[in-house]
Each structure stands twice: as C-alpha cells, then as structure tokens.
Ligand binder design. Structure first.
Ligand code: MIC
Ligand code: SF4
Length: 642
C-alpha cells in the first residue's frame, strides 16, 4: 500500500511502530469526542489518571444519548459531564444541540486530523477526510491524557466509485451495497477508503452517511478524500480556513479494490436482525409496516430531512403506522424551520422528536409487539429498539418517506418525481449551545459535581497465572454488545453505576440469571462463536462482566473495539486455534487456563471432560502487561507521570 489517504494521514501521526499490515502502531491523537452514555465512565477514568487538563488540540463532550430524564439519573450525569468539561478544558455540546457525529461533522471535524471517540460511529467524520476511530471510553481518556493510541496497522481497501446516484437512490444505499458485499465481518482489520470519479458526486453529508455505517462492516474506519466538495462544505460552515486537500496519489496501491457503479445502484434494505442482511427494496416491497423512524447519526443531516420533508409535502402518513423524525442537530432544525420544510413534516403527521439519538438506542418510540419498524438508522440488532420481538429494517431516508406514505415497505422510485433538495449556500452557524473550554486558571477553581448516580470506579486485582472456573455460558456467532449489555431507557441511565448495570449482563440469555450465577460461582468464562462483541464501543460490555468475575472470553473471533475493551479491563481474550474445539466445551464444564505471562502458548484444560485445547491470542507484549496488572487504568496510573 502506498500513496493512499490512509497512509498519508497515518504517516504524520505514527509515533511508534512500523507501517506494516497487522503490526501495532501508536498514533498521536489530535481530537477526541465522547457522548454521555460512554462519557461518564471516560471522564471518571480520565480523572483517575490524575491529569489536570486535556492534552489534545480539541476535545468535545456531547450530550445526545441519555436525554429522556425519567428520573434524577440522566440529569445527574449531565451535571457531572458539564462540570468535568469545565474543569478539564473541554468543549461541551449541550443536550439539544444534536447527535455527536452530526455536530462533529458540522462544527469540528477537520481533514487530515486523527480523531478518537468513545462511540463506534466516530468514523462518520471520515466523510471529511479525517482519520476517525471508535474506541472504549478508557482509550479516549488515555488520548485526552496525551497518550498515543495503538491500533493494528490496517489493510486499505479502495472502494472505487464511478457514476452518479439516480433519483431516489442515496448514500445509504451505497453503504448497504458495501454491506451486502462484505457483510458484518468483511471490514475487520481494514480501512475502507473511497476513491474514484464517483466521489465528487457525493456531498460531505452523503460521505458521512457512508463512513458512519462502514462501522457495521467491522472496519477500523472509513475515509474519503478532502477535495473541492469538502472545501465548499467547510466554507458553508464558516470554517473554510480549516480545509486542506488530501487526495490519494494517482498510482496509489490498495490491498483490495471494491468497485461500485453508483448509477447502477437501487434502493436497498437491511433485514432483521443484521445490518449485513441486505436485499433490494423491490425484493421485500409490500411488507406491512407499523412504524417509520427517520434520524440517527447515519441519516439526520439537513439534506436527508429535506428529502423526507419534500416527499411528504401535502400528504399524510399512512394510518396503519406512526412516523418519528429525530433531527441530527439544531442547525438542521433551524434550516428546516427557516425554509418552511419543517411544516411539511408536521402537516404530514410526523412526530418530531428531540435532536438526539432517541429511538436508535431504544430511548423511546419502541415498536408495538412483533412490530415492523422501518428505520434510517444503522443497527437493527434484536431487541435494540426496546421491543424484543420487533422486526427492524434499515433503509435510506427516501425509502422511509415512501414507506411512511404507503404504509408498506415501498421502493421510493414509485413516488414519481424526485424532490431534489435545495441546499443553502451558507449554513446557519450559531454555536451558542457549545460551551467553550474555561481558561486554565478558572478551570482549576471549578468543581466536578458527583450526584448519587455517579458511583466510584471499581478496582480490580492483578491476574493470577492460572485462571480457574466454570464455562458459565456458551453463545453463538455475532454476539453484539447490545446482547452483552443492552442500552435503552431502563439501562442507559446506569452507565455511571457499574454495580447496578452489571445486573443486566446477557440479560436476554440464560433466563436473565447470568448475573446471579456469575456472582454465585465467583466468576468464570464466557464461550462464544465468531465476531464476538460486534457493534457499539460501550466498554460496559467488558467492565460489567469483569465486575461479575469473568476471567477470560474464549471465542472463534472478536470484533475490534470489544477486543480492546476486554484487554483494558483485564479480561483475557482468547480464540480457539481450531474453531471446531468450540464444540468441546459445554456450559457447566470446569476449566483451567494457564496463562502465565501470556507470552508462550496457552492451553485450556477441560477438567470435566479431561481434554486439552490449544488457544491463541493476538496480544502484544504491552497488552499482556496491561492484562497482568488488572487492566489499563492501573497500568496508565503506573506509567504516566503527571
Ligand atoms: C450505539 O449506537 O450502539 C451507541 C449507543 O452509540 C454505542 C455507544 C454506547 O453504547 O454508548 C456505540 O455505537 O458505540
Ligand atoms: Fe446515537 Fe444511534 Fe448513532 Fe449510536 S448509532 S451514536 S445511538 S444515533
């Protein structure tokens, strides 16, 4: 690989290691972002590290997930986050200002920078030519403390776009096509870099949609060039001076190439319960629908909502369903109000929700029992909507609008003439919902506010050389972090309270008894199949099991961010050398794993069955060291001088 955008940006940021695929490199991080659901833990950890101010060029704390405020817990978290931002030198985007990724693209993202965010959809800013990666909150805390972030040097896939999208086909259909081809594991260890003559036909928000949902392929990130289109977008946001051109070299070498002719694409849909189960809308059209949801960090830009508003203009949402719209930001809403397009949505009967994640993370608007919900979001994992037996389909804003009008899943091309959205020359720029960092002297005097829902961080002991315990549960492939620790209105408010949230680990499995059994047995092991931990970056999917005494997770393969989170919290991530050995362990088996210093071979003794299984790991020496001391926080505290 040479001359790619990825290589160019990484070259400028690698502070340790060699640019060799699969080898670990440490990257200097310019920008960070957190959101409130992962942010509380991230700032608790940052505070525990003991640094008095963030060391990045720019760090932003967003409030967008936990905004229902059904009791004191969410507002307590908000106060904690606002006071922590004031104390430690961060920008603070107040609740109501919008979804972190949408607002970051509008107001902060810069081409050529590295960004790490405690949310798996941080790659959204790759639409701006920024190298943006999702991570657990502790890794973001470490970056805020000035630590370089380690990643495996990725393969770079050139996604070569040609042609131009047809009317009623949009960016969401492009990423659904990518998912159709490579599915939810196809991006692991890779960066999806978009190139080719078709790129110039996509706006920055289109690119952001594609980069956003690239996360669902398991990729490290996705990235677009920074070109004239990027320049115009930054100028329209009043940030023209932050533009720099970043293009791949003419002869750039890619490890793989995927070719997509935009002109040939048609409306696509991801079927329940995986973003990778993609078909054309035509193949599934006619399905009766109970709910349509427009919004989320994938599809809530001004362009997207304009298309929906104009498709709905003068019509009424079908009587057999209800429709929600969650705008991505206050800037988007201001424009829709000013242009009168908001009226079209309201007159058609769409329910306008807050500028926040909302139904995407199960915070309200759950579908009815066994309901069919058609959403412009990026994830349709079972139960995530808040209704266990709901069937969630993922589509473009165009398909959502057409479906809302007809009441059945509809190819938007059936609607007739396409309402080409008229985009403003300049966006309304009003940052009055973003609180700037306090000057150092004032910040020093500020106090962090800890409400009763903010519990102290649990501490963990160093790992012994031999791990002993029971195989507590055996799970299948593609276990999501929503499976491991669900979100939603009941559980999200517990993110800053580890003892409480731990009660929900694997709640939908084992008849809800996992938590009790794990504690009774003094912890043990989790056994699972491929792609364990796909989905979100929530470190609670590692931290809460650790709190219950989980010592190692033994699987066929891991998703990237979750693997890092397990190491960060001192759970040993192991894989079967021979995947069929998965069949040699039953729940209830008594197991012993000699891990020693994690440098030599690791064997599992199944005491119950009298068998020995060889296990593998991809731990670097540093990972092994971190695991042995009981996790990354104790390691950082030991190794960072204030
Ligand atoms: C998600 O979409 O699953 C979330 C909620 O944004 C998560 C973060 C979290 O669990 O707080 C993510 O994508 O990382
Ligand atoms: Fe929020 Fe949904 Fe985006 Fe996650 S995927 S950041 S919950 S809008």
């Amino acid at each position: 690989m040479s001359g790619t955008i990825t290589e160019k940006i990484l070259k400028q940021h690698i502070v340790q290691g060699n640019a060799v695929i699969g080898e670990e490199v440490a990257l200097k991080i310019d920008h960070t972002l957190t959101q409130d659901a992962t942010g509380t833990m991230s700032y608790l950890q940052f505070i525990a590290i003991g640094i008095d101010r963030v060391k990045t060029e720019l760090s932003v704390s967003f409030l967008d997930h936990n905004t229902l405020q059904t009791d004191f817990k969410n507002p307590d978290d908000h106060l904690f986050l606002q006071s922590a931002a004031a104390k430690y030198g961060l920008y603070y985007s107040r609740p109501g200002n919008g979804i972190c990724h949408q607002v970051f693209v509008e107001r902060f993202a810069q081409p050529g920078k590295t960004l790490i965010g405690s949310d798996s959809h941080t790659p959204t800013s790759g639409g701006m030519g920024c190298f943006a990666i999702g991570a657990g909150g502790l890794d973001v805390a470490a970056a805020m403390a000035g630590q370089a972030i380690r990643i495996k040097y990725p393969k770079v896939v050139g996604v070569k776009l040609t042609g131009k999208l047809s009317d009623w086909v949009s960016a969401k259909d492009v990423i659904l096509e990518v998912l159709r081809r490579i599915n939810v594991k196809g991006g692991v260890g890779k960066v999806l870099e978009y190139i080719g003559p078709g790129v110039k036909n996509l706006s920055v928000p289109d690119r952001a949609t594609i980069a956003n949902m690239g996360t669902e392929t398991g990729s490290t990130t996705s990235i677009f060039p920074s070109d004239e289109v990027t320049k115009k977008f930054l100028e329209a946001q009043g940030r023209g001076e932050q533009w720099q051109e970043i293009m791949p070299d003419e002869n750039a070498q890619y490890d793989e190439i995927i070719e997509i002719d935009l002109s040939e694409l048609e409306p696509m849909v991801a079927l329940p319960h995986s973003p990778g189960s993609v078909k054309t809308v035509r193949e599934v059209a006619g399905l009766k629908v109970d709910q349509v949801g427009v919004g989320s960090c994938t599809n809530s830009s001004l362009r997207d909502l304009k298309v929906v508003a104009n498709a709905l203009k003068g019509k009424t949402v079908a009587t057999n369903l209800h429709m929600t719209v969650s705008p991505g930001s206050r800037q988007v809403v201001e424009h829709l109000i000013d242009s009168g397009e908001m009226k079209y949505l309201i007159q058609a009967g769409a329910r306008i929700l807050e500028n926040a994640c909302g139904p995407c993370v199960g915070m309200g608007a759950a579908p009815c029992s066994a309901g069919v919900s058609v959403r412009t979001f990026n994830r349709n994992f079972k139960g995530r909507s808040g209704t266990k037996d709901a069937q969630v389909y993922l589509v473009s804003p165009e398909t959502a609008a057409a479906t809302a009008l007809t009441g059945v899943l509809t190819d938007p091309r059936d609607l007739g003439e396409y309402p080409e959205p008229e985009m403003p020359e300049k966006f309304f720029v009003n940052d009055n919902m973003i609180i700037e960092p306090l000057p150092y002297e004032d910040a020093k005097k500020a106090n962090v506010i800890y409400g009763p829902n903010i519990k102290p961080l649990p501490t963990f002991s160093p790992l012994p050389d031999v791990l002993k315990g029971e195989a507590l549960i055996k799970l299948g492939d593609n276990m999501t972090t929503d499976d491991i620790i669900p979100a939603g209105a009941k559980i999200l408010p517990l993110r800053s309270n580890v003892p409480e949230i731990s009660k929900y680990v694997l709640e939908a499995f084992d008849n809800g008894n996992f938590y009790k059994r794990a504690l009774e047995k003094n912890g043990g092991f989790i056994i699972a199949g491929d792609n364990y931990g796909q989905g979100s970056s929530r470190e609670h999917a590692a931290l809460a099991p650790k709190y219950l005494g989980i010592k190692a997770v033994i699987v066929k393969s891991f998703a990237r961010i979750h693997l890092a989170n397990l190491i960060n919290f001192g759970i040993v991530p192991l894989t079967f050398e021979n995947p069929s050995d998965y069949d040699k362990i039953e729940p209830g088996d008594s197991l012993e794993i000699e891990i020693g210093n994690l440098k030599s071979e690791v064997f599992l003794n199944n005491i119950t069955k009298g068998t020995k299984i060889k296990l593998l790991h991809t731990l670097s020496e540093l990972d092994a060291e971190i695991l042995k001391v009981g996790g990354k926080l104790p390691w950082i505290k030991k190794n960072i001088a204030n």
